[in-house]
Design a protein around this ligand. Structure first.
Ligand code: 0X9
Ligand code: CA
Ligand code: CA
Ligand code: CA
Ligand code: ZN
Length: 310
């Protein structure tokens, strides 16, 4: 489990307990289901938040994904905060009620449950990043859009950025892609906006990662400007640095390139606290940082929820 000093972080069971409680406390607006199973057979839960939650209504849909990299535990706390704000705040906060009533919000707090549990299993952090299939696949290099195209991933199973033997080879990737694909209804993708949360470096990143070009096949000048403008606006609220993801380094097979490249979902990657300097310790901020560093993104989260209606 987490070391005693970091007990406020949620392990897999505590995460499922938390979202199941949100569902039972707010059954009219919160519904938990599973998008599929991990390599070791754990369910990957998603909590949907909306009015008339049992129905698939014609409302813009939003996805928040967290903890696709195992050691990035602060991000699961980010997703749990979003779920708590939109459920607990519904009765008292008119702005939240308006968002919940007019959107279908999907939150996936742990996209890599096996890796997360492995990282904390001994009581001493292992610094694990990938899933737990073989030597591990980097799930954020395994998505089926320009997979392995551009030197932004590795073909070596021992590498931290191993892309896997084929696109969407990992069951966790299959589950996420299958979920996104399933939101195409009558030929129309219902998901309009998305953020995937990572740590660390305090960045707001937008597609593409596979190329340095900002305008290219699948990204018009107008679309690139929308990403830049909105990314910079979100970064003004949290103090992160906004940039195209390839300005960090070239990546292929990532979530954001997949969401935008395949589905035209307006998709961002956030790198949360800290800003830098920590080496491996940067992935393990003390649990006292959870509250301030997740609250820091409340405004950006509300913005991307609103933007789904644009
Ligand atoms: O390398 C990654 O997957 C991300 N950094 S992390 O330290 N969390 O592993 C950055 C990905 C940046 N590229 C895209 N988002 N496309
Ligand atoms: Ca502590
Ligand atoms: Ca609804
Ligand atoms: Ca819908
Ligand atoms: Zn990451």
């Amino acid at each position: 489990d987490f070391p005693p000093d970091d007990a406020k972080y949620h392990n897999y069971k505590e995460m499922t307990d938390e979202i199941n409680k949100a569902q039972s406390d707010h059954a009219d607006i919160a519904k938990v289901s599973s998008i599929g199973k991990s390599h070791e057979g754990r369910d990957i839960p998603v909590i949907k938040i909306s009015d008339n939650v049992a129905q698939d209504e014609d409302e813009p849909e939003v996805v928040f994904g967290c903890n696709i990299h195992a050691r990035e535990h602060l991000t699961a706390e980010m997703c749990l905060r979003i779920a708590a704000r939109y459920t607990d705040g519904y009765a008292s906060d008119a702005t939240i009620k308006d968002m919940v009533d007019n959107r279908e919000i999907y939150i996936i707090p742990m996209q890599n449950p096996d890796g997360i549990e492995y990282d904390i299993a001994s009581g001493q952090y292992r610094g694990w990043r990938k899933n737990r299939e073989g030597q591990g696949t980097d799930l954020n290099r395994n998505f089926n859009f320009k997979w392995g195209c551009c030197g932004g991933s590795s073909g070596s199973p021992s590498s931290e950025t191993y892309r896997g033997p084929s696109a969407a080879s990992a069951p966790e990737t299959k589950a996420i892609q299958g979920f996104v694909d399933s939101r195409v209804v009558n030929g129309k993708q219902q998901i309009k906006t998305h953020i995937d949360f990572h740590t660390y470096s305090e960045l707001v990143l937008w597609p593409f990662g596979w190329t340095y070009d900002d305008v290219t096949e699948g990204m018009t000048a107008e679309e690139a400007k929308r990403f830049q403008d909105f990314g910079r606006q979100m970064a003004q609220t949290n103090g992160y640095t906004p940039e195209q993801s390839s300005d960090l380094y070239i990546t292929d097979g990532t979530t954001d390139d997949y969401y935008w490249g395949v589905h035209k979902v307006f998709s961002f990657t956030f790198e949360m606290y800290p800003s830098g300097g920590g080496g491996i310790d940067g992935f393990y901020p003390p649990d006292e940082r959870i509250e301030p560093e997740t609250a820091r993104n409340d405004k950006a989260v509300d913005m991307i929820v609103a933007e789904a209606g644009k």
